[in-house]
Design a binder for this molecule. Sequence first.
Ligand code: AKB
Length: 317
Amino acid sequence: MTENILITGASGQLGAVMTKALQEKFGVNHVIASDLRPNESFEGLFEILDVTDNEALKSIVAKYKITQIYHLAAILSAKGELFPLKTWDINMSTFFNVLEVSRQLSVKKVFYPSSIAVFGSNISRVNTPQDSNLMPSTVYGISKVAGENWANYYFEKYDLDVRSIRYPGVIGYQSLPGGGTTDYAVDIYHKAVKQEHFECFLKETTTLPMIYIEDAVRATIELMDAPAENISIRTSYNLAGMSFSPKEVADSIKKTYPNFEVSYNPDFRQNIADSWPMSIDDTKAKEDWGWKPKYDLDAMSKVMIDNLKAYYNSVIA
Ligand code: AKB
């Protein structure tokens, strides 16, 4: 059977790369990228879509006979703290619309991104278990815990095949993230390649779980491809890539740019980071659908630097 895929939030950091990967897998004419504003950079089908608008979502799902939705639109942790009620409203109403429209129009599969933000400072921060007691410190985290439980509810009650991953901080060269606590780990590469000083908003020793974007996209597609009977977690899977602190990523960058300088000026995002895991136990993802990351810190630094160098050279040329 032909699959037709809708991606919400396709202009975001993960969305842009996910759209390309899904176009390669399903064909350009079977993938509909969507976002709030027009985006000229997409090759293929694109729709302007505000996912808070149930009717608009419904008409796109009907128009393209959508069979799978990747719902990536959300407000992230740091920005969410500036607008708590709006963040709750947007993150929840968009997901409810996706769940309800999927149920009503017989969409077969839904992907829902959760996050390490579901964990709070009550957890054991090293190798944080799948089944931790979830007491998040941010409204983004609260919305993700609620979303995970709604995903499970729609699976149990309506047999809707919703699958989810708790992403670590995602790092890629293709686009800048917006509004997250882990965003420093992308910005730092841009500054290094531009040979500028970097001021970090976290302390140098703050270790967080991270993942290279290619691994994050591959994990998502592997999870969505796995046989339904293998999926034992219907809330959201812990997923590990690597873990590092700002100092460790700076040291990795210094192997290429020995004069790279970083200073540390922690702001409100430090408290968020301090409530999150340092590393993640992803045994269930390994057991259920064979998850294995490819990139460690130095391998990622190499791709990030090579690609950003090429990008900035082309901009200057
Ligand atoms: C954020 O920092 O808010 C996100 C996340 C870990 O979900 N990158």
